[in-house]
Design a protein around this ligand. Structure first.
Ligand code: MN
Length: 285
């Protein structure tokens, strides 16, 4: 099932070129009192919610996908985890462009570990607002995993049982000398979409083709089979450091071909078994 959040925080199931509006199922979420539990409440109640969604789908209204504004499928992540230099071919281009990257000695994820972006995600319809248009602002298209249940010290054998679903992630980046957690965590520099494909739709997340065009130009095209830390590895490794909560997002890393975007560009992202999304770029007003 492909679950989306659209328009004014409606909940939808995407089927073909239609969205089935299953927002009525949200009434089944438990009422909240302070302090809120960590994580995204839709995802932490996902098994029950999927039952409610299936029950109302036959009589639910539909809207055309084209007419809808797609928001991040995860509304309230506890955190968004990034994976630096997780493809060897991207490491190679970073070394070749080290002046632009403002990095002197480019290592791989095995030495860097992970980093955190903010927990503020945008969906494709909201687009990316460049804060420093005079600097190099790069697209990094990635496969994103959405954690389904709380976990710590998760084994590789159990890792995929902790995944609720998959989306396309854009780990937008302004190049420069600052720490990753500053340069990659500017408002709107984390795009998630176009929806969440539930985990049952992805046979093997470590064998997914994905790509990005900017306008008509193909910029990045790769397969998660080339990850240095695989999806399975990333969950196990992240959970050594962090308790993972429902709705946490792990952006798995970007392959070679990162490049700049500018005001007026549109990024067309695609991932096998997930879908495609179109993300406009503008300058901060
Ligand atoms: Mn990245």
């Amino acid at each position: 099932m492909k679950l989306c959040r659209f328009n004014d925080n409606r909940l939808g199931v995407v089927e073909g070129d239609q969205i089935i509006d299953v927002s009525a199922a949200l009434e089944r979420l438990p009422a909240q009192r302070w302090p809120l539990p960590p994580g995204d409440q839709l995802i932490s109640n996902l098994p029950e919610m999927l039952e409610a969604i299936k029950a109302i789908m036959p009589s639910a209204p539909t809207v055309s996908l084209d007419s809808a504004s797609l928001l991040s499928p995860i509304a309230n992540p506890n955190k968004v985890i990034g994976a630096p230099v997780n493809y060897y071919a991207h490491q190679q281009e970073a070394i070749e462009q080290s002046a632009d990257f403002a990095l002197k000695d480019i290592k791989t994820i095995e030495e860097y570990g992970l980093f955190l972006k903010t927990n503020v995600l945008v969906g494709p319809s909201e687009g990316v607002a460049l804060l420093f248009p005079e600097r190099r602002n790069d697209h990094e298209v990635e496969v994103a995993m959405i954690i389904g249940k709380q976990g710590k010290n998760i084994s590789k054998e159990d890792a995929l049982s902790y995944v609720a679903g998959y989306s396309i992630g854009l780990d937008m980046t302004v190049r420069g000398t600052e720490d990753r957690s500053l340069r990659k965590a500017i408002d709107s520099y984390a795009v998630l979409g176009p929806w969440m494909a539930t985990a049952d739709e992805i046979a093997d997340p470590d064998a997914l083709e994905f790509s990005i065009h900017v306008g008509d130009e193909l910029r990045q095209k790769s397969n998660t089979e080339k990850l240095i830390f695989s999806c399975v590895d990333l969950i196990a490794y992240a959970s050594i450091f962090y308790t993972l909560y429902p709705g946490d997002v792990i952006m798995t890393g970007t392959p070679e071909g990162v490049g700049p975007v500018a005001d007026g560009d549109v990024m067309h992202c695609w991932a096998q078994s997930i879908g495609e999304m179109h993300v406009p770029v503008r300058n901060v007003a």
